[in-house]
Design a protein around this ligand. Sequence first.
Ligand SMILES: Nc1ncnc2c1ncn2[C@@H]1O[C@H](COP(=O)(O)OP(=O)(O)O)[C@@H](O)[C@H]1O
Length: 190
Amino acid sequence: MLNIVLFGPPGAGKGTQSEKLIEKYGLTHLSTGDLFRKHLGEGTELGKLARKYMDEGHLVPDEVVISMVEDKISSTQGSKGFIFDGFPRTTAQAEALDQMLSGNAMKIDGMIALDVPQDVLKDRIKERGKTSGRADDQDEDKINTRIKVYLDETLPVAKYYENQGKYKSINGVGAIDEIFGAISEVMDSY
Ligand SMILES: Nc1ncnc2c1ncn2[C@@H]1O[C@H](COP(=O)(O)OP(=O)(O)O)[C@@H](O)[C@H]1O
């Protein structure tokens, strides 16, 4: 079993690299952003609740995210491990994840962080906004809010894993396959 946190700011390429990782390593992709968007599309109560936070670029409250992740982990049978993408996004979420995993005799093996400068992020998100249909990708203020929320609330999560000796940073600028090659090297070292 191998459980990895793929970390980085909005627009860092976590979704793109996750797809390649699940294919190569046969892991289960757990993207909280994707799960929320699924709920949104299905019009569930959870989706309605999440929408007002997501559309503004704010974080959905921890307890809501944590229980959604708990459900997903407990309903996934026989997995070889998880790629956590967009989660944990706060230190409280990281602590909750450690607790739920240890309750199932599981643990996080490592965090792989994609390092991308802010100007590149903004360009990528705006470009994605042309086709993603995501309200949070199409508005400069919302993009700025998401980057600020990342710096204020999410960046401390990197420290959390660094303190456990589990943090690895990778250059997230370049060709998709080049970046994937660097991630694969880290994956193969676990
Ligand atoms: N772990 C989380 N905690 C709180 N909110 C989350 C979390 N994951 C996703 N969200 C909500 O969903 C939105 C989109 O997330 P995501 O698809 O991961 O986008 P991004 O490209 O901004 O990283 C976030 O801006 C936030 O509102």
